[in-house]
Design a binder for this molecule. Structure first.
Ligand code: NDP
Length: 239
């Protein structure tokens, strides 16, 4: 039987790319979104539509989902994974970094969800999987704006889960600790960046992105009458 379409945002590196590989290996057609389309193409996954989409552009997200659904049928899941972590102090972090995180980490999750949710509600099935963070559960030094966005992902996900619980649509939050990806590279404050690297080492290293991808696939593959509401996973040495 043909497997249904899965949409993954931020699939050009890290957790999103690892998740794309695993779902593809399970036989799912995919819609992969990111700004670096060439990195999506380099994954070279069969039955996959790669689109250069900035997920803060709601119309572009909707258009890509429409195109993928025409080709592969209705989206059965979305993994709202695209995100950016720009660490900084409230007193001096460039304010445009707050705006970028809020636009992508919060509004991007809402836009991705809105693009697939009406169809899922009509069909009475579907899974929304939002990638939050341990930083959506507890705070860390120099993380104020980032933790605000990730606490928001937990909050909106749980509220949505309650909103749609009776419809058959599932909402899952995945909250990883430190993962070895490109995420830290975008932080502009070099001192904060090296402090974070030192913290990661002292915590015994970071997770492999594949481990997080396996948690995503685990949650999705549960029977439809089971919702894994939240998975929090981190390196054993992370406090
Ligand atoms: P990466 O930086 O490796 O991946 C981020 C992905 O998001 C890339 O594919 C990037 O693609 C995409 N992206 C960034 N901006 C946009 C945009 N405006 N529109 C569309 N796509 C965008 O980091 P991770 O894999 O680590 O991050 C994935 C998620 O996991 C994030 O939400 C992050 O907050 C979360 N997370 C990560 C942790 C970690 O320690 N690494 C820990 C906990 C949570 P492109 O640049 O091509 O657009």
């Amino acid at each position: 039987m043909t497997k249904p379409l899965i949409v993954i945002t931020g699939a050009s590196s890290g957790i999103g790319a690892a998740t794309a590989r695993l779902f593809c290996a399970q036989g799912h057609p995919l819609l992969l979104l990111a700004r670096r389309r060439e990195r999506l193409e380099e994954l070279a996954l069969p039955d996959t539509l790669c689109r250069r989409v900035d997920v803060t552009d709601r119309a572009a997200v909707e258009e890509a989902v429409r195109e993928a659904e025409e080709r592969f049928g209705p989206a059965d899941a979305i993994v709202n994974n695209a995100g950016v972590m720009l660490l900084g102090r409230v007193a001096d972090q460039p304010v445009d970094e707050w705006d970028r995180m809020i636009d992508l980490n919060i509004k991007g999750v809402l836009y991705g969800t809105r693009a697939v949710l009406p169809g899922m509600l009509t069909r009475g099935t579907g899974t929304v999987i939002n990638i939050s963070s341990v930083a959506g559960r507890k705070t860390f030094p120099d993380h104020a704006a980032y933790v605000a966005t990730k606490f928001a992902v937990h909050a909106l996900s749980e509220n949505l889960r309650e909103e749609v619980a009776a419809t058959g649509v599932r909402v899952v939050t995945i909250a990883p600790g430190a993962v070895e990806t490109e995420l830290l590279s975008h932080t502009s404050d070099e001192q904060i960046k090296s402090d974070y690297e030192a913290w990661k080492k002292s915590a015994g290293g970071a997770l492999d992105p594949r481990t997080v991808a396996e948690a995503v696939v685990y949650a999705y593959q549960q029977p439809r009458n089971v919702t894994v509401r939240e998975i929090v996973l981190a390196a054993t040495g992370q406090e």
